[in-house]
Design a binder for this molecule. Sequence first.
Ligand SMILES: [Ca+2]
Ligand SMILES: [Ca+2]
Length: 281
Amino acid sequence: MTPPPTPPRAPRRGRRLRVPAAVALAVALTATGVSTALGADPGARLVGAAAADCGTDGFCEDFEEMDGGAPAGRWGVETRDCSGTGTATVDTEAGRDGGQALRIDGADGYCNHVFVGTELADVDTEAGLYVRFWVRHTTELPQQHVTFLAMEDVADNSRDLRMGGQNAALQWNRESDDATLPEQSPAGVALSEPLPVDEWVCLEYQLDGANGLLETWFNGEQVVGLVVDGVPTHDVDGQWLNRADWAPEVVDLRLGWESYGEGADTLWYDDIAVGTTRTGC
Ligand SMILES: [Ca+2]
Ligand SMILES: [Ca+2]
């Protein structure tokens, strides 16, 4: 992958769809959505993906427009059920290109969780959702389950779809039934990736709610253990697809940290792009 471009500094928050959205999205999804979700020619969408500026039909966030300290703009700090020592701030300690980034200081234990979230009302998530973000952290993922990204799924009693780690590798977790992707067998975990420390990593995913599909990329490369393609694969999405009616409708995006036993970490997030087509790294 080519290095990411320097994000522009012009005000960009609240950017809305630039094209007749329904038409463009319908065409895009019909043409490429399912085939991409199934892993066919995933590189095709990378053509032109590294364009400068915020090349998405949803929104971008580089945290440069904030004053530092508390997250602002479309983002708010959220601690569901209880709160503790976890903190969320915007600082320049690790920001990409020397700029600002969202910093999460996460601690052991559920109630020390903290997330910074935004609603997705301005993204046509029914047409398929693509999220790209860069993350950097200081501590290897623990053996026990942790979450660093969550989305409220209103089609699943508002329980979360969660991205995080378990057995020291990246995983997806469905809060409602604790299904994991990949399955947490040694063979399944080996099909995922650890999240390296002290370097920026580009994570991307596509969530095709209508078809119950999920695909994940690590620095531009598909992670085969993090794909729900509709066909049960032993060690990967077999457990996930035991529930045949999974059709998520996510309404928010939250970045942060939540652990359920062990797991403390300091993380930075930057250069987020959310939309209905793949942005790339
Ligand atoms: Ca930044
Ligand atoms: Ca499969």
